[in-house]
Design a protein around this ligand. Structure first.
Ligand SMILES: [Zn+2]
Length: 108
């Protein structure tokens, strides 16, 4: 465990990381959406595979929206604060899960 890191040096890196994750999540979603649309028009594809693809697409969409919400919180200055109880989300939690919008106690 290192002692308290200097926030001033970490701050731009966090914003960049969040934006990079949003860009990656958006690209991933767009790719899956394209694949899914191809499945929908392919008569050889069974419904089960379409349903599975729709679920994957829905999960990717949630990941993209979660990343977008994190960037929005970053930009309006509420990033790192629990949206439920308002307390600071521990740095270790943000490190492991940068899109976290709730502290451990409120996330369950
Ligand atoms: Zn909380």
């Amino acid at each position: 465990m290192s002692s308290s890191p200097s926030p001033s040096s970490d701050v731009p890196a966090v914003g960049q990381r969040l934006r990079a994750e949003l860009a990656a999540a958006t690209e991933h979603y767009n790719q899956l959406k394209q694949d899914h649309e191809e499945l929908l028009v392919d008569p050889a594809v069974i419904q089960e595979d379409r349903d599975a693809s729709a679920q994957v697409l829905a999960a990717a969409r949630i990941a993209m929206e979660t990343a977008a919400a994190a960037v929005a919180r970053w930009e309006d200055g509420t990033y790192g604060r629990c949206e439920v109880c308002g307390s600071e989300i521990p740095a270790e939690r943000l490190e492991a899960f940068p899109e976290a919008s709730r502290c451990m106690a409120c996330s369950t």
